[in-house]
Design a protein around this ligand. Structure first.
Ligand code: ADP
Length: 557
């Protein structure tokens, strides 16, 4: 069976790929939204939507106002007797004070016009009546049959037979609006056609007709809405920007969107706005919120990207350290093994004549196997720590004695390597609860490093002394030193200063990370002071502390 070769990406790259698969589309989505919002802002799209919405509201309001106007006229028409005469008109006006003038164009082509008797004392009104009479007379003399035919047709097609006309009267320096409702009175026939009409004055429209109907047609008035989010509608005449009437939510100012009345009330203009706000500020608020949300999202995304980047670079560095570790350790293992084998074989052949030479070879084999077991112990300890299985065996210990005996077994080798070795261990140090083996291994790791990383000046000093609440163990060398920037990193696992491939001194990069782990398990700390070219000082501080506390921390290590 054919198998497709599956290419496995290294772990950090896979992680990066997954993160990018999530982050990139999210970033693209945010970018697209930003562009969209910018163009919405540029093209004032939100304002346009609101204006369209207001226009729709006004169109519906106009229809409802017109229908109400027809209802009012129908009621008034019903109160007029068949083929009304002047007497009937006067009686009608007495009962309907809202109608300023009522008139009939009789079948004998004569205009009968009556006006509100109570207002006839007003000379302006009397003058208006005369003007109106001559105007309507003029109309009907020429166009009465056209009106009659139009109204008949309307009755058939629209169900109501009323035509509204606008009339303007000058009162003082102001043009006032009047609405004329023209209709065919009951009793009128094709043989004896008659026309009639009512004139609704501006006062009636302003005070009685418009206020309640404007409130009724005003949208968004649910009880839950705050006064600020209420819509308000107003009416004005086309000749003046000042208000004729408005719904109760109107809070002054100009309308945001207007619409001219057509048919009924032509000559008037309907307007709408929101109380306490404008379309521009609604749109600005919306855009601001959206930009803020997108901005926050972008920030979160940037933070996400930053952490992803940091994580991946760390993982990559760790992956590199791991691969260096494998090559270092295999070299570290191979060298002592090869030496042990070489010297053991030479001894086996029995060709070494002098006992001194034989002793030297045995010595080399012992030292190399010690180095080997030190390295293997480090690796085993490390793997236990990584698996969370490292256990410490804390015992009341004379640390001075522990340090002395550990150094003693190493002293010969140190001096053999040409080191000037000093040791200063204070008397009367307190007993500490420590894991003997672990502390000895930490000390050996530090001493080993001091020996490994001392090139020209071979000096080693180990001190043990009391320092306030702790006992300090210092290992000082005059070796190659560690640059400032590297000092915090040397305690990380696998970390080695410089490029390990060109490193002269072999190592695993595990020693100091083990030391730190061990010391922390003792509630202590390890620090370094170092100057490149001058040498280093490593200090392990072990607290003199309550034994129970130490037991607890050791168990969790
Ligand atoms: P290694 O097996 O490489 O010695 P360690 O964890 O013991 O691993 O040390 C980490 C790194 O710290 C070393 O590779 C070395 O670069 C640096 N280092 C440790 N001790 C010393 C020292 N005494 N002088 C100079 N550099 C040191």
């Amino acid at each position: 069976m054919f198998k497709f070769p599956i290419r496995r990406w290294p772990e950090p790259w896979r992680m990066l790929l997954v993160m990018l698969a999530v982050l990139l589309p999210a970033a693209a989505l945010i970018a697209v939204n930003f562009r969209l919002l910018r163009s919405t802002q540029r093209e004032k799209a939100i304002e346009a939507v609101y204006q369209r919405d207001y226009q729709n509201v006004l169109a519906i309001a106009e229809k409802r106002i017109a229908s109400h106007a027809y209802d009012v006229v129908e009621d008034d028409k019903a109160a007029l007797p068949e083929r009304p005469c002047a007497e009937d008109l006067r009686a009608f006006l007495a009962a309907h004070p809202d109608v300023a003038h009522a008139f009939v164009w009789t079948s004998k082509n004569k205009l009968v016009l009556e006006s509100q008797p109570a207002r006839m004392n007003d000379p302006h009104f009397a003058q208006e009546r005369m003007n109106f009479f001559s105007m309507v007379n003029g109309w009907f003399e020429g166009e009465s049959s056209d009106f009659f035919i139009k109204l008949k047709k309307m009755a058939k097609t629209e169900g109501h037979a009323t035509v509204f006309e606008q009339n303007w009267v000058l009162r003082g320096d102001k043009w006032e609006y009047q609405s004329i409702a023209l209709f065919i009175p009951r009793g009128s026939t094709a043989e004896q056609p008659e026309l009639a009409g009512f004139v609704y004055d501006t006062d009636y429209l302003r005070d009685k007709f418009f206020p309640p109907i404007l409130n009724a047609v005003c949208p968004y008035q649910r009880s839950g809405n705050s006064p600020e989010s209420q819509a308000a509608i107003m009416v004005r005449t086309a000749k003046s920007p000042t208000l004729l009437a408005a719904s109760s939510a109107w809070d002054g100012g100009n309308a945001e969107v207007e619409r001219k009345f057509e048919g009924v009330f032509s000559g008037l203009v309907l307007g709408m706005k929101f109380r306490g706000t404008t379309i521009a500020s609604i749109s600005n608020k919306f855009l601001r919120t959206e930009f803020l949300v997108l901005g926050t999202l972008s920030l979160l995304l940037a933070i996400g990207m930053f952490f992803t980047y940091r994580n991946v670079t760390r993982e990559l560095a760790l992956a590199k350290l791991k691969s260096d570790f494998v090559s270092n350790v295999s070299h570290e293992l191979r060298t002592p093994l090869a030496l042990i084998r070489l010297y053991a074989e030479t001894l086996e052949l029995g060709r070494i004549a002098t006992p001194a030479k034989q002793h030297e070879y045995h010595e080399i084999i012992r030292k190399e196997s010690e180095r080997l077991s030190g390295l293997i112990n480090n690796i085993l300890d490390f793997s236990r720590i990584e698996a969370g299985r490292k256990e410490y065996n804390f015992r009341e210990t004379d640390v001075a004695d522990l340090v002395r005996s550990t150094l003693e077994s190493y002293r010969y080798e140190i001096e053999q390597n040409g080191f000037q070795f000093e040791q200063k261990i204070d008397d009367n140090l307190p007993q500490l609860r420590v894991d003997r083996e672990a502390i000895a291994r930490s000390l050996l790791n530090l001493v080993n490093n001091a020996v490994k990383y001392s090139a020209t000046e071979k000096y080693l000093r180990v001190c043990l002394y009391r320092n306030n609440g702790s006992v300090n163990l210092e290992v000082i060398d005059h070796g190659i030193g560690i640059p400032d920037g590297e000092q915090p990193k040397i305690f990380e696992k696998f970390y080695r200063v410089g490029d390990p491939l060109v490193h002269n001194t072999k190592g695993s990069g595990l020693g100091l990370s083990l030391v730190r782990h061990i010391v922390r398990a003792h509630n202590g700390d390890v620090t370094v002071e170092s100057t490149p070219g001058k040498g280093s000082k490593f200090v392990i501080a072990l607290p003199v502390q309550d034994s129970q506390q130490q037991e607890a921390s050791g168990a969790s290590a």
